[in-house]
Ligand binder design. Structure first.
Ligand code: CA
Length: 220
């Protein structure tokens, strides 16, 4: 899952980036409104953490622009502005959730998981597909109830595919989910991870759709 953090405070931005990376997210961090605008024009994010008081364009202006362009990306506002009027304005401008600074990273990541779950149209926290289950909170993957140990990238790929069973994702879509701006991507990195996943889960669990990409077939 790839996140954009729009935050001008260096300390908060740094701790968010490292904390979220430790939780398995791919994180891009920008420090002003213009960079936030550029980032969302060039990259598809799974969710955005948005500060309101930013140099140049404000967070609310950014949010209003995304929504005016029909960009449905889940947005969680993180701000020191804690009046009821501010919270109402943020939500009514199109934010999905609102967290007042200082906040706890555990609460932030729980809210993120809730946003991503709603976006995927899922009622349950654990993703199930046939005998395979994936828990975004604990990072546990089980096949027929038996825990399968996966690397962070393998987990990221499986998570992306299991959010939309039956829908193929291309190699570049998976790369976009897994790798931030500064990260070097090996030419066959995704294939290597898919190969490892098939070895661990069984080759039928991830299908290669010729010329399109990879998918987890929907199982009941
Ligand atoms: Ca700020």
């Amino acid at each position: 899952m790839r996140l954009l953090v729009v935050e001008d405070d260096a300390m908060i931005g740094n701790s968010l980036r490292s904390g979220l990376r430790q939780d398995g997210y791919t994180v891009d961090w920008v420090r002003d409104g213009a960079a936030g605008e550029l980032a969302t024009a060039t990259t598809a994010y799974d969710a955005i953490l948005l500060d309101l008081g930013l140099p140049g364009r404000s967070g609310l202006e950014l949010l209003a622009r995304w929504r005016a362009r029909q960009n449905p990306v889940p947005v969680l506002i993180i701000t020191a502005r804690d009046s009821v009027a501010d919270r109402v304005l943020g939500l009514d401008t199109g934010a999905d959730d609102y967290l007042v600074k200082p906040f706890d990273l555990d609460e932030l990541t729980a809210r993120l998981r809730a946003l991503l779950r709603r976006r995927a149209g899922r009622a349950t926290p654990v993703i199930e597909n046939g005998p395979l289950t994936l828990d975004p909170a604990s990072h546990e993957v089980r096949l027929d109830g038996i825990e399968i140990s996966l690397s962070a990238r393998e987990f990221g790929i499986l998570h992306a595919l299991m959010e939309a069973p039956g829908v193929p994702l291309s190699r570049s879509q998976l790369e976009e989910r897994l790798y931030g701006w500064q990260e070097e991507i090996g030419s066959n990195a995704v294939e290597v991870h898919i190969h490892a996943l098939r070895r661990k889960l069984g080759s039928d669990r991830i299908r290669n759709v010729r010329g399109v990409g990879y998918m987890v077939p929907r199982e009941t």
